[in-house]
Structures are given as structure tokens and as C-alpha cells.
Design a protein around this ligand. Sequence first.
Ligand code: ADP
Length: 655
Amino acid sequence: MSKQTHSFQAEVSQLLHLVTHSLYSNSEIFLRELISNASDACDKLRFEALNNAALYEDAPELQVHLSFDTAAKTLTITDNGIGMTAQEAIDHLGTIAKSGTKDFMSKLSGDQKSDAQLIGQFGVGFYSGFIVADKITVETRRAGAPAAEGVRWISGGTGDFEVETISRDQRGTSVILHLREEGLVYANSWKLKEIVGKYSDHISLPILMEKEEWKDGELIDPKDEKGGRQPGAMVKTGEWDTINKASALWTRAKKDITGEQYADFYKQISRDFEAPLTWTHNRVEGSTEYTQLLYIPSKAPQDLWNRDKKAGIKLYVKRVFIMDDAEALMPSYLRFVKGVVDSADLPLNVSRELLQESRDVKAIREGCTKRVLSMLEDLAKHDKAQQATDEVTDVLSEEDKAKLGQYSKFYAEFGAVLKEGLGEDFGNRERLLKLLRFASSSSDTMSVSLADYKARMKDGQDAIYYITADTLAAAKNSPQLEVFKKKGIEVLLMTDRVDEWALNFVQEFDGTPLQSVAKGAFDLGKLQDEEEKKAAQEAAETFKPMLAKLKEALKDKAEDVRVTSRLVDSPACLVVTDDGMSMQLARMLKQAGQSAPEVKPVLEVNPEHALVKKLDGSVHFHDLAHILFDQALLAEGGLPADPAAYVKRVNALLS
Ligand code: ADP
């Protein structure tokens, strides 16, 4: 193929413009990105070679070479990985295939300053080379292809690039950066070693650089020893040194890894720019042997709620990279966990399908789940310590101090996902229940555990009371809470969308049943004294005829009408039967376009309320009955079935 010119995809041109104009203040990241590409290319070769060893072409040692030429002003990153065909070079280096990059591009505002920050946090991959180079030459050959099918790709990083066929003996890729003036600082071995140490130590591939030696300058006058010398210079020796640790981070002993290295590794594998909240690193021995390095991110990703979201675990087998997003290794409710599992037992050619069935994988998944839960329990314990007394902090180790307050941060980001586990992972339900935190009628912050609640229960209280609602305000001000407030009984306020669903799977905690305050007949058991019970019975008796009339008036809306002692200030409220779906869940399902059974609630009225007392004998009985019902619906965040009719009725009464 002779020289051809191609245009970059529009997004690439836009990205290139941004890269060159906004990233110069953080220019060194180009090396991390290019080495990471080289490392990926070697991983891909290793993987393809599992079924086709010929791809190694007698050079089975995968390596990256860094070299620079100060005279020519070039810096070259060479790998002997998978390489690219001409078509691949055109496709991969001329377009943006990754959906992540596209998402990212759509977030850019065009405002130089904030875009620069965003782009610095994101990996820009290959194109980051243009931060330091005004021209890039890529020479590459696909592993297994003949030497004559080498490819040269050249671009100045503006609108287009050129591609031509060349002859290339070595398989893999050389990226030759023609450095700008400002990029010349990178044509320096100290500088390169420093950056490799910072970003690429844990890359399992050796990164080599040509050794240099100081060579004294020539004597100015060889005949005269005292004649002085020309300045000396560093010269290349032809020998290559490995300049990174070249051992996969997770294979090293914990004590040899600093917190910073753990965090850097996390950033590398997750593409997150924030440090992780915490991590756990273990070698698990026994019938199934594997190493796990699992991280909990500080922030939830935007697609957290997508249950099809890719899992964050990379699978290695005996240090060979096998696959990203190995969903079989972590349950869906822990999909936010990122990390690496390196198995000693799985076959190298394991496929996704095989993973689903493997007993080893099942064991790994259980082990990883338990580890994550322990990690969370540990954070939760430290949060508790902080709540208990601030003095504790004086006697804590640095490591433990770092954990203080972390659990509430975790919970704010991921607590709602964790709840999915109640329906998904029966084996760990007890542990999960202990990890849950709620707001309650006596605490606005999401900090009340079920155990806290139990410890604070009143004498004679035999249930854990909760209410579900769309918002905290709706839950807190719900009429159903009135008598609980009056009696000083704590009620958990549940406002996550998954709460209702998750609670379906939970009947009790530690022997105490969970009871919705909006379900079933009102019964506080021993918390109500005899007099109250008697008064309630009497009220039920006196109101019997009126209740029958109300029931008749509302027969299309309410399943039943009864008096209640759960209300103090409000005239009425709605409840559902014990086994019925809550009104809130039914609304949610409808909003989500799913079919939900028609829930006909029970209208409960407060016999002490002036409005209820006035009802009987009123000429407006019919209108008042409907207003009572619709208001009860409004009070819990619902909407009257016919809002206009409601407004009309209220206005008629007002005027
Ligand atoms: P990313 O690496 O995140 O996919 P890049 O823009 O860095 O994005 O690279 C785009 C694609 O170009 C890669 O996915 C890969 O297919 C190809 N590529 C880049 N560098 C190399 C390399 N050194 N060897 C082989 N292919 C490469």
C-alpha cells in the first residue's frame, strides 16, 4: 500500500485540539498512557498466543523499550506485543471506539479551564502523545503477519494522518514522538525513570532503557595534559536496564507496598482519578488458591444503577491477564468493587461461559464477597468508635484513624446498592442487615443501624417500626408517625427506591420483626395502655354508623374505612393490608412503566379530630368524605385520581 491520507473522525480532532491546548501543565501523563497501551498490547498477545504459540515468533519475552535521541529530538516507546494491521491502525488510531471516551467528550463544555481539569482526570490514551510531540510516527506489525506487512502511520495531530506499508522485522509497535521544544525535557533518562517509577512500577512487564555512562570530554590539546578538556557527556552503552519493578503489584508482599502504590494501581485499573476509599489484599490458600486485591472507590460511578454495568474485577490466571469485567467473580450488588483476582487453579483458556460453571470460581466469588463484607464491617466498626467518643482517636493507630468516618462516606455512595444483596445473597443476609444504616424519627443522618435501634427500643416494644416514602421530608411528616412521636417511639425512615423491594426479603432482625407503620391494623401491643385501648374500642362503636356511610361514599377508592388511634393531628391516613404492596411501591412501579396491581388502601380516621367529628350530619358529607381521602393520599406523596375534582370540591367548601 502506498501512502494514503485519511481524516480523523470529528471527535478525534476535537480531542486532539483539547489535548494540545489544555494538558501541557500535566504533560508527563503521556508516558503513563503510552506504556499502558504497550502493556495492553502485550497482554493481548499473551492471550492470543494461548491458542497459537507461533505468534511469539521466537521472542517470547514481552518487553517495552524506551529510547530517546537528543539530536533528532525523538522519544520512542517500543513494545513487542500484538501490533496492528494497516486497517487496525486506521481504525484504532483514527477514531474513538471506546464508549467511555465518547461519554467523556460529551461532558466537555468548551470552557478551557474546566475542560483541562476533566481531561486531566480522564485517560486520553494514545492521543496524549501530542501533548509533548508535534508529530507522531507509529511503526507496527501484527504478530504472525509477514515482515512485508508492516505499517507506518504519521500524523501532525491536526486534521489528518498518513498510512503506508513498510517492511518491519520486529512484531509489535514503536511510537516515535517528535518532541516539541517544551517536550524536550523528556529526552532525559532521569526524567523518564522518575515518571516510570511514579506510574508504571506495578506493570508486570519489564520496561527497559538504554544504559548511559558519563564520558569525559576530549583533551583540548592532546599533547598538553594541562590544556583542559571539552565538556563531557552521557553516552549510550548499548546495554539495557530494567527501570521498573516489573512485578505485578498484587504478587508482592503487603509490607512492601505503600498506600500510595496501592492507590496508584487502583487509579490505573479503574480509570478513576480519585484515590480509593479502602482496599483489601490477600493470598487465599486452601482447596482453591488465589490472590485478591479488591478496592472500594470513594465515589459512585454514574452508571452505578445500571444493573448490566460491567463488573470491576480483572481476572488473571497465574499472572496472565485473562479478561476484564469478570462478572462471575462478584455478586451484582457488589458491582462497585474494583480489583484483581489472580487464580492459581483455573485453566488459562477459561471462557466467560466456563467461568459461570466452575466450582473454583464459585469459591472465589464467595471468598471475595466475604472479604468485601469484612472490609465494610471493619469500616463500620470504626465509624461507631468515632461516634462513641472522640477520645478514642488518641489511642488509635494511624491506619485505624484513617478509617474513621469512612463508613458513612461509603454508605452515602453505595448503601442503596448494598441493599440489593438482601434479595440476592441469602447466605449473607444477616451480615448485610447489620451493615444497613437508616435515618430515623430521632436522627436525620443515615446513621442508625438496626442494632442501634434495637438497643433503644422502649420497654414493651416488640417490633422495629419503619416507614417508606419518596423523600425524607415526606417520611418525617407522615401522619402515620404522629402517635409514634407522641409516645417517643423511634421509627426508621426509608427513602431509597430499593428499600421497599429489599424489605420484602426481611421479616426480622435478630429475632425482632420489622413492621411498617403504614401496613395493617394499628396495634402497638404493650405500648398502649388499657385505657387507650378501651377508648379506641368505644370510638369504633360510636362511629360505626358513620363509618358505614363513609365506606359507601368511598367504595370505589377505599377497601375499608375504620377508626384509628395512630393519628394525633391529622384527620385521616391511608394504610394497606399486612401482605399488600405499599402505595409507594405501586406508584414507583407505575412511574417506571411496569404493571402494578391496583392497590385499594384502607382509610383510617382520627375520631378525636374536629373535622371527623363534624362529618356526621354535615350536608357536605359526600364532598368531605372524598376530600378526606384525597388529602390522606396527598399527605403521603400521592396524587388524587382526579385532581380537578378534588380542587373543585375544596373550592366549593371554601367559598
Ligand atoms: P485505549 O487504549 O484506551 O483503547 P487509545 O486511544 O490509547 O485508547 O488506543 C486506541 C487503540 O489503539 C487501542 O485500543 C489499541 O487497539 C490500539 N493501540 C494503541 N496503542 C497500541 C500499541 N502499542 N499496540 C497495539 N495497539 C495499540
